[in-house]
Design a protein around this ligand. Sequence first.
Ligand SMILES: [Zn+2]
Length: 80
Amino acid sequence: MSEISCDEVLHEIEHYLHGELGQQQSSRLATHLEGCGPCFERAEFQRKLKEIVRDKCRCETPEHVVLRIQQAIRLEGEFE
Ligand SMILES: [Zn+2]
């Protein structure tokens, strides 16, 4: 099994958290996350965000809140 790069992990993280990746690719990401702090934190951030969004969506998410979250994701990405 070949090593996966941080770029690839960040690119696939959405699919990973959605459970959309194949078993092999998922385990490659999981292995990388175990050994890579920044990617792990990124994954945790995305996971928590998803939980927040899901919770909010049970009621109704005002559009400005969604925009705010999307903006936060973009800003976070710029630190890399
Ligand atoms: Zn990494």
